[in-house]
Design a protein around this ligand. Structure first.
Ligand code: DSN
Length: 481
């Protein structure tokens, strides 16, 4: 099918679907239409968002949703799962081929779920299996009450080392507000206070001192690449399992922008990701593992996960098939090139970037240089039609709620077709808004970190300029609701 045929056929499919939905709950049909209108009209710079293809989106709207299929391929707790087996096998095969890994598990419903499966697989392999062997039994039901209590105590003693939140790490890497922080004793490694860059000697020193069971690498707000070969050396030295959460940059791995030591798959024992960020698939997660951990990962449902979302696994298969096409490599290369253009656009306008730039898909702008908190910058930009999210910067004086940074990513607008000139213009528009926004100093306490005012006329000017850019690169061109 040509792109034009696809758009026309998808238009018919969406219009028909919305008419059916409208007959039951018109407000849902209206909100769905409004979401497309809003997404079409805004500059989407949230680093973790993207636009999936009509093929991916349509795949999720199917009868596969109605089937229960707890268990794994060929080994389900329900009868009649032959089609789900086909779907899950295809998604796993595409993932294995795309990432060059012996084993892929495509059931996780999200990134958090994928990480929970990974944590469980490491605990099962490194804590539970040796305890069962020591006791000379096959399963936990065969353990005596005493041995069971000892095993439970051993689970509670395990340690995890991950990147600190303000350096760009993720909440699920052992932080207290997340279940991972309650499961593990946690310590974090930060970045060099001068450069903002990962310092592998510091990571190694922290690993030697803390001797974690799990060394977590990966980030959601670090604008640089990671040397996973070095991280593996550190893990091996302290007998830790290296787990990489590549949720943010999976598209750059799939698209062969990150290769060699920057590709986590050959180096990590377990790799997790979401499928909807730079990978441009449906919302969901997946886990890749070496054969040592595969058996435990395969028991993710019902150990950690509820019944698989078969319609979403089908959409993962479609998205992964797309990511195996040569044009996905072009797309991934453009994501990184566009992040460079965005960073250069800021730097030439004297804005301050954490680490001084980027070499992945995101840029972290320090908005304290504009006299604003991240919260103020986020809302000022939103008023001008620029969708971003606030984010902590290293040693952030404003904490994780108000923050001093704005995180900006290029995957979504690259999907629309933006290139160097457009991202330079985006930097110009953002600097235009932020340099003409002032914090509301008349207020005190929390309000002083929230309230701000943008000079008259700026928002209208920026909205008009954005509309001009967006009109050149329509979202889902030809798709009419
Ligand atoms: N919510 C994702 C992000 O924005 O980075 C990660 O959880």
């Amino acid at each position: 099918m040509t792109p034009q045929n696809i758009a026309e056929t998808a238009s018919v499919a969406y219009r028909s679907a919305l008419e059916v939905i409208e007959s039951v709950e018109p407000r849902i049909a209206a909100a769905t239409r409004a979401e497309l209108t809003d997404q079409r009209a805004s500059l989407k710079l949230i680093a973790s968002e993207n636009y999936a293809s009509p093929a991916v989106l349509l795949t999720m709207s199917s009868f596969l949703s109605d089937k229960y299929a707890e268990g794994t391929i060929g080994h389900r707790f329900y009868a009649g799962c032959q089609n789900v087996d086909t779907v899950e096998s295809l998604a796993a095969e595409h993932a294995r081929e795309l990432f060059g890994t012996p084993y892929a598990y495509v059931q996780p419903h999200s990134g958090i779920d994928a990480n929970l499966v990974a944590f469980w697989s490491i605990l099962a392999t490194r804590v539970e299996a040796p305890a069962l062997a020591e006791a000379g039994v096959k399963g936990v039901n065969d353990l005596s009450e005493d041995d069971w209590e000892k095993l439970r105590a051993r689970f509670g003693q395990q340690r995890m080392l991950g990147m600190s939140l303000d350096a760009g790490g993720h909440l699920t890497h052992g932080f207290r507000p997340n279940i991972s922080g309650k499961m593990f004793h946690q310590r974090s490694y930060g970045t060099d206070p001068e450069t903002g860059l990962l310092d592998y000697d510091r990571v190694a020193a922290a690993a030697r001192e803390f001797t974690p069971l799990i060394l977590v690498a990966g980030y959601s707000a670090y604008p640089r690449r990671v040397d996973f070969a070095k991280m593996r050396e550190i893990a091996d030295e302290v007998d830790a399992t290296l787990m990489v959460d590549m949720a943010h940059f999976a598209g750059l791995v799939a698209g062969k922008v990150f290769t060699g030591d920057e590709d986590p798959v050959p180096h990590a024992h377990v790799v997790t990701t979401t499928t909807h960020k730079s990978l441009r698939g449906p919302r969901g997660g997946l886990v890749l593992a070496t054969s040592e951990y595969a058996e435990a990962v395969d028991k993710g449902c019902p150990m950690v996960l509820g019944g698989p979302l078969s319609h979403v696994m089908a959409a993962k298969a479609v998205a992964l098939a797309e990511a195996r096409r040569p044009e996905f490599q072009t797309y991934a290369t453009q994501i990184a090139a566009n992040a460079q253009s965005l960073a250069e656009g800021f730097l030439k306008r004297d804005a301050v970037l954490v680490t001084g730039g980027t070499d992945n898909h995101l840029v972290l702008l320090d908005v304290s240089a504009f006299g604003l908190t991240g919260r103020q910058a986020e809302s000022a930009l939103l008023d001008a039609g620029v969708v971003t999210n606030r984010n902590s910067i290293p040693q952030d004086p404003n904490g994780a709620w108000y923050t001093s940074g704005i995180r900006l990513g290029t995957p979504a607008l690259t999907t629309r077709g933006f290139g160097h000139d457009e991202f330079d213009r985006v930097a110009e528009l953002i600097v235009d808004v932020l340099s003409q926004t002032t914090a509301d100093t008349a207020t005190s306490g929390a309000s002083s970190k929230v309230k701000c005012t943008t000079a008259e006329g700026v928002n209208d000017r920026v909205r008009a300029a954005s509309a001009e850019l967006l009109d050149k690169f329509p979202l889902y061109p030809g798709l009419e609701l």
